[in-house]
Design a protein around this ligand. Structure first.
Ligand SMILES: [Fe+2]
Ligand SMILES: [Fe+2]
Length: 271
């Protein structure tokens, strides 16, 4: 099983890939080739081409949530690739979203997505492949991870706007012989809530790693509790990316085994 970072805010020195403040990870598990998010633009397609990765092989697209730095590349994908993929998203991921006067939601409607993909709206855990599971809606249990709303979302009735608690936010688990590896998009649900639920769903005790956006920016008491809880949850190493500030990465780096994420990074596991 292999994970490749196709898009992140950060790019490594001496490797000439493109960065953008967005997320796209490619996860290959046997015959299934899974894209977790598609970035903000067509940059993930350009980076894959530069890496020699053929996205015609993609079988599944998972939207971690509806924000356009995770869904913005959908039109470019469907314009370039014609295979009929399975597309997984929480129903709320396809509702309109806005913040500070800007449209920040998924650019394609459910009807438009269905023209190109076999759309599966999921709120519960679902096994995508032998080792990869989408968590669905993540229970919010830790009080220090409350109050993480971003902008507003269209209500289910479609007639008004309400504070967006990002119920659509989800993550993937990779089940390895040595434990579970968690891959987040933005972790709007809270990285500790996400890891706790990943352990509950998989029954795994060890968490070999957590990679992705942690949606953490501020130093303070909540961060102290986050780091303490990650340790209590037996997280062995972290790969903070995308929406994780330098200050937070620095605190993580001094507290636990922490790795730098950039476009072109690969992780490979023996199954
Ligand atoms: Fe987001
Ligand atoms: Fe994001």
């Amino acid at each position: 099983m292999k994970l490749t970072v196709l898009v992140d805010n950060h790019t490594y020195i001496d490797r000439y890939y493109l960065g953008e403040p967005a997320v796209s990870y490619l996860i290959e598990d046997g015959a299934r080739v899974i894209l977790l998010d598609v970035g903000y633009s067509d940059v993930f397609i350009e980076n894959a081409a530069r890496m020699g990765i053929d996205l015609n092989r993609v079988t599944d697209i998972v939207l971690s949530h509806g924000h356009n730095d995770h869904t913005g590349g959908l039109s470019a994908f469907f314009a370039r690739f014609s295979q009929r993929v399975r597309l997984f998203a929480h129903p709320n991921a396809l509702l309109s979203k806005r913040a500070e006067g800007l449209d920040i939601g998924c650019p394609l409607s459910l009807e438009e997505l269905r023209e190109h993909a076999d759309v599966r709206l999921v709120t519960k855990p679902f096994a995508l492949s032998e080792h990869v599971t989408i968590l669905g809606e993540i229970p919010r249990v830790y009080t220090f991870e409350a109050d993480r709303a971003v902008g507003e979302t269209q209500s289910a009735c479609g007639c008004c706007w309400e504070t967006d608690e990002l119920a659509d936010d989800t993550s993937l688990t990779l089940t390895l012989p040595e434990g579970v590896f968690v891959v987040t998009g933005c972790a709007h649900a809270g990285v500790c809530n996400t890891v706790a639920y990943a352990k509950q769903i998989t029954g795994e005790v060890r968490v070999t790693g957590v990679l992705g956006g942690f949606h953490l920016f501020e130093e303070g008491d909540a961060l102290t509790q986050t780091i303490r809880t990650l340790s209590q949850l037996d997280v062995e190493r972290v790969y903070p990316a995308h929406c994780t500030s330098l200050a937070v990465k620095s605190r993580l780096f001094t507290a636990m085994e922490t790795y730098e994420v950039g476009v072109g990074m690969t992780l490979e596991w023996q199954e």
